[in-house]
Design a protein around this ligand. Structure first.
Ligand code: COA
Length: 614
């Protein structure tokens, strides 16, 4: 506390804001890589994934693009100018193109799910008790956000940008007719104090703080959740939340119709401004073991369909915590404001909090006002929109193939014991026993102010040489090990390049968007088949490490591809693999089996080859 003009008041908010801003301003700006470097690296990336004729044509176009006085040079200069005048030349463009302009449904196509270990309870009381602790845990984390006292994270010795943490709470995506937006109410003059609770497809605003601004205790929250459940015993109303699962243009149009009615508008506003959403799901009868993980991953990604829990969501909400009566636990998050790692850090905090907060009953407090039910007037048009959304969502649910694999044989320990990067080891494992194709791995750009991600290209000449040699009975094991080491080293060096802002994908995107902004005709390197092949990520992957034993999951980014997310623990690896049932060439069970076999084959090769033992 500080004395201010004779008054005692809490430590000044401006001082704390100063601390956060000072940290942010101390971070370097994202560089614009050299044009020639990106062009050379782009051609190297293409080599293993396209036919020689395609590569030759792209090579000609690239040479023309970066020649002295050429269009590439002019665009590069414009981009460098943009970088000089911005906090981050890329981040706004990236959020716009990757998320807000993207018109496929956020469900499966954009919003990841996170599966947490199954909890002990199997009934409503257990669900509500845990939900109360979960809310209290998030509010505890929020205090650090509000005070701007979150500990700064580091990668090695480099401090990371913390901006994403400040975008997670009190924020929501809003649909538009052709482009969405994100609203964040955390910094408004009257910051939100309520959360949204979804139960039986009905929504409630639950004030999470008392009149004095103190967070409600676990007991108080529990009682409030009971009142919500008592007020919504059956899924008897129209599942208005399912509208948020639609194609974005469709939802954008339906949204305008929905909020024409003032009651609906107020209810939607309450959801959008709330700190986060808690979804109390009905029983979904999951099996135990690994089948549980796969079933839970589906619940987190899409809610299981209109007959199950898909209407018990507001998919535009940045953070939706999901708890089933059967101990199922996890979340779904809308991707525009943040990547997985800050979300998982929040979750790790909440899990620790829920473990230690098996609360002593709080002293009896005055009764709280009942949580406010958010009412919706369903007109014939809105009803029609809901029916269409149900139909569409159910088709998406049927179309998703998803398998969670808990790879129990080893974790980071084995690659580390061979002095190899575990992430590179896993990525090279994904390339083994597969046809070489454009493969995406996200790399964090948080070393830079407002940094988001760039792309590590895991399919390289080195990975393809190793994969070919592995299946060649004419090759000695020592040669195979040397090729594996080379592939892993190449992957790690691509990773280092990417996290230092020197990868190719965002630079190429920047040059392309700059051409649009400068209204020059689109350079041919962005319209030729080589570029299309490079951008057709048949395997889209991400590592999201966590202290808790969880796994994140997301859908494929192309109709005939796989989405693959993993959390490498010391002794095991959690992997979630997705694809679309409509594609005859993909099958997540087969892919998970191939990854398992590849990782075991690589370990076996290292353990049985004399050189590796030296
Ligand atoms: N020998 C022994 N140990 C090694 C090693 C080697 N040659 N190389 C790495 N290790 C160790 C590391 O020290 C680290 O140790 P720790 O477990 O004690 O922390 C561990 O192995 C993991 O390192 P590695 O496997 O190389 O991965 P990484 O932690 O450097 O992560 C990325 C690589 C690409 C995943 C990371 O840089 C990144 O960008 N993550 C963010 C991705 C993201 O945003 N995803 C979300 C999208 S929604």
């Amino acid at each position: 506390m500080e004395k201010a003009g004779g008054l005692v008041r809490p430590v000044s908010a401006t001082k704390l804001i100063g601390r956060y801003l000072a940290h942010q301003e101390g971070l370097p700006s994202l560089p614009v890589p050299a044009l020639r470097q990106t062009c050379d690296r782009y051609l190297a990336v293409l080599e293993p994934i396209v036919e020689p004729e395609t590569l030759n044509r792209t090579r000609e176009l690239v040479t023309d693009f970066h020649k002295a006085g050429g269009v590439g040079e002019r665009l590069q200069k414009s981009l460098e100018k943009r970088a000089r005048g911005a906090d981050n030349w890329l981040s706004d463009w990236w959020v716009q193109t990757a998320y807000l302009d993207y018109r496929l449904p956020v469900v499966i196509h954009s919003s990841p799910g996170l599966v947490l270990p199954r909890l002990e309870f199997r009934d409503k009381q257990g669900q509500l008790r845990h939900a109360a602790k979960l809310i209290a845990g998030v509010l505890d984390f929020k205090t650090q956000i509000d005070n701007e006292t979150l500990p700064v994270e580091y990668l090695g010795k480099r401090p990371l940008c913390m901006h994403q943490y400040y975008q997670l709470l009190s924020s929501c995506r809003v649909p538009g007719l052709t482009r969405d937006s994100v609203v964040n109410h955390a910094k408004s003059t009257t910051p939100s104090t309520h959360i949204t609770v979804a139960h039986n497809h009905q929504f409630f605003a639950l004030d999470a703080y008392d009149g004095a601004g103190t967070p409600l205790s676990v007991d108080q929250l529990h009682r409030q959740l009971e009142r919500i459940c008592d007020a919504s015993p059956r899924a008897s109303e129209e599942p208005v939340g399912i509208l948020t699962s639609q194609h974005r243009n469709t939802w954008g149009k339906a949204y305008l119709g929905l909020i024409e009615d003032q009651t609906n508008k107020d209810s939607v506003h309450a959801i959008q401004t709330s700190i986060f959403t808690l979804c109390l799901d009905s029983m979904s009868h999951h099996a135990a073991g690994e089948t549980y993980h796969s079933g839970a991953a589906r619940q987190m990604l899409h809610g299981g369909g209109s007959q199950l829990n898909s209407g018990n969501r507001w998919f535009d909400k940045t953070l939706q915590f999901i708890l089933g009566e059967d101990g199922m636990c996890g979340l779904n998050y809308e991707h525009a404001p943040a990547e997985g790692p800050p979300i998982v850090a929040l979750i790790d905090h909440v899990i620790e909090y829920t473990k230690k907060s098996d609360a002593t009953p709080s002293p009896s407090a005055p009764p709280l006002p009942a949580p406010r039910k958010l009412l919706f007037n369903i007109t014939a048009d809105v009803k029609k929109d809901i029916e269409e959304a149900k139909h569409h969502l159910n088709a998406m649910v049927r179309e998703l193939d998803l398998t969670v694999l808990v790879f129990k044989h080893f974790g980071k320990n084995v690659p580390k014991s061979f002095k190899m990067s575990p992430d590179a080891f896993i990525q090279i494992g994904l390339q083994l026993h597969q046809k070489t194709c454009s493969t995406y791995e996200s790399a964090s750009l948080r070393m830079f102010r407002l940094g988001r991600t760039d792309t590590i290209r895991s399919a390289t000449l080195d990975s393809s040489n190793f994969a070919k040699a592995f299946d060649d009975p004419g090759k000695q094991n020592t040669e195979k090990v040397a090729l594996m080491e080379q592939a892993i080293k190449a992957h790690r060096s691509f990773t280092d390049m990417a996290i230092h802002g020197q990868a190719i994908d965002r630079h190429l995107l920047g040059l392309k968007l700059q051409a649009m902004e400068d209204q020059v005709s689109m350079p041919e390197i962005f319209t030729d088949p080589g570029y299309a092949a490079a951008m057709n990520f048949k395997v889209s992957t991400s590592q999201v490490p966590a202290k808790s034993d969880c796994v994140m999951c997301f859908g494929p980014v192309v109709p005939d591809g796989y989405g693959l997310c993993y959390n490498p623990k010391d002794e095991h690896i959690n992997l979630a693999v997705s694809s679309f049932n409509g594609c005859p060439d993909t099958d997540t069970g087969r892919m998970a089996g191939a990854v398992e076999a590849a990782l075991l084959d690589m370990r076996m090769l290292l353990e049985t080859t004399p050189k590796a033992k030296l």
